[in-house]
Design a protein around this ligand. Structure first.
Ligand code: NAD
Length: 497
């Protein structure tokens, strides 16, 4: 079967080009998929435009849209093993993590099924019996959805769920490295009964297959998750036609540990914060900011634990974390670590690929801890998106806040302390979109997700996540139409004798 979904039909690229998808854990061939050109993407946009302007979906009652999203959740649950396996093979992530991801995706579709039902406008009271005035919420139109490779299906669901709940049509382009589960999601949308043309899929490289989604005049909204530099490009391209833009970009997230914290919990979670999925998590706690008085013991213990983390492939039951996504990404992480050492960071562990020959065919990189860092260093400011923790110290609460906020990013962060007032003060003062207190990484579909500063524009998930995909329309009706009377004098003066 061909892999591009345009107007309800699975078709190959007009160019006939294909791309090999290989598992980054061992280089094995996973699939060969069609590679879209910009012409394919323009055709998909045309299909989505027609489905929005002429098709039934935007007018489908909210209860029916909700029922369809619930069916999608049921079908995802039915296929959980197949989908998790496909996600593991594309990304190299452990199958247990992929299963968690699919469970999160199911929760996301159920959440937006509920949100679709709850959608309603509001009356605007004027106090004038001769006027009716209300706000209606309507779908934005045709959405261009662009997703990254680290959580391919989860990131897709954060966009597809609210886009459909609100009655939009869309074209989605997953990362060229990890297309498989987005293909499976499109098949499930079809099986659930979504009308042709509402969901369209193109696969391929960003600059060619993806670019029309931020440039084409028939796209009304572009929602992008990925790196900061690509996000800036998408935003600039979207400006030409003043599209609605939602961006979920990178992060350089502080994980702040006070001496009065539950240190066992803080230590264990500091490892999870940064080494989960080999650090390829936008909200990874890559900056440990630890109170100076506990620094030595805390970092020694972290180094000892990091050295024990077991690396392995998706189906290795003993593995605790996996590979990086590609050779190019591993080279980037290596350059980042080398540059950090050159600028004065102290390499406490890791810093290279593992020596284990069993891992030689994958793109593994050892859990790495860089001590003695300061905010002026590139390694503290730039996202490595790999298994690399930088360590900074502070003496006072004010200093911890200043260090943690000294970044152009503002996606997420955590505070560890047993002082109930301090954690609330810190949560108020940290300029990051999600603050975890004595925890790291949990997220809820009911709560908004998004970044301050250059980590993003707009919100995904939560009630306002749905509203990103809606236009608010004010409808005002004068119940007693009459001449305005403004220019009665002028009209009388100009009237023919
Ligand atoms: P990326 O920016 O390289 O690519 C993201 C997507 O954009 C891919 O589908 C890619 O093909 C596409 N793309 C590239 N150039 C394009 C262009 N000119 N026009 C349109 N599309 C284009 O990012 P990545 O390497 O896939 O993902 C890693 C980044 O994603 C990290 O920076 C990470 O922090 C970020 N991320 C953020 C969140 C969040 O919620 N804030 C979640 C996951 C990942």
């Amino acid at each position: 079967m061909a892999d591009l979904l345009i107007d309800g039909r699975w078709v190959p690229s007009v160019t006939g080009r294909t791309r090999e998808i290989r598992c980054p854990a061992d280089g094995s061939l996973v699939a060969v998929v069609d590679e879209a050109s910009s012409d394919d993407t323009v055709a998909a946009i045309g299909a989505a435009r027609r489905a929005f302007d002429e098709g039934p979906w935007p007018q489908t009652p909210a209860t029916d849209r909700s029922a369809l999203l619930s069916r999608v959740a049921d079908l995802l649950e039915r296929d959980v093993e197949k989908i998790a396996r496909a996600e593991s093979l594309d990304t190299g992530k452990r199958i247990v993590e992929a299963r968690y991801d699919v469970a999160d995706v199911v929760r996301c579709f159920r959440y937006f099924a509920g949100m679709a039902q709850g959608l309603s406008g509001r009356v605007v009271h004027t106090g004038d019996a001769g006027v009716l005035s209300r706000i209606d919420y309507e779908p934005v139109g045709v959405c261009g959805l662009i997703t990254p490779w680290n959580y391919p299906l989860l990131q897709a669901s954060w966009k597809v769920g609210p886009a459909l709940a609100a009655g939009n049509t869309f074209v989605i382009k997953p990362s060229e490295l990890t297309p498989s589960t987005t293909i499976l999601l499109m098949q499930i949308l079809q099986e659930a009964g979504l009308p042709d043309g509402v969901a369209n899929l193109v696969l391929g490289a960003g600059p060619e297959a993806g670019a029309p989604l931020s440039e084409h005049p028939d796209i009304d909204l572009v929602s992008f998750t990925g790196g900061l530099l690509t996000g800036r490009r998408v935003m600039a391209a979207a400006a030409a036609t003043v599209k609605k833009v939602a961006l979920e970009l990178g992060g350089k997230n502080p994980n702040i540990v006070f001496a009065d914290a539950d240190l066992d919990a803080a230590l264990d979670n500091a490892l999870t914060a940064v080494f989960l999925h080999s650090g390829q998590v936008c909200s990874a706690g890559a900056r440990l900011i630890v109170e100076e008085s506990i620094h030595d013991d805390f970092v020694d213990a972290l180094v000892a634990r990091a050295g024990l983390i077991r690396l392995g492939g998706p189906f290795d039951g003993n593995a605790e974390t996996g590979t990086l996504i590609s050779a190019a990404h591993r080279e980037k992480v290596q350059r980042y670590v080398d540059a950090a050492v050159a600028e004065g960071a102290v390499l406490r562990c890791g810093g290279t690929p593992p020596a284990d020959p069993a891992l030689a065919d994958g793109f593994y990189f050892l859990p790495t801890i860089l001590d003695g860092c300061t905010t002026s260093m590139g390694c503290v400011q730039d996202e490595s998106f790999g298994p690399v923790m930088t360590v900074e110290t502070f003496r006072t609460e004010d200093e911890a806040v200043a260090i943690a906020n000294d970044t152009m990013y503002g996606l997420a962060g955590a505070v560890w302390s047993s002082d109930a007032s301090r954690v609330q003060r810190m949560a108020r003062r940290l300029r990051h979109g999600t603050i975890w207190i004595n925890d790291y990484h949990p997220y809820l579909p009911q709560a908004e997700w998004g970044g301050f500063k250059q980590s993003g524009v707009g919100r995904e998930l939560g009630p306002t996540g749905l509203h990103e995909y809606l236009e608010a329309k004010h409808v005002y009706q004068n119940l007693n139409p009459a001449p305005s009377g403004w220019f009665a004098g002028a009209s009388a003066a100009e009237a023919p004798a």
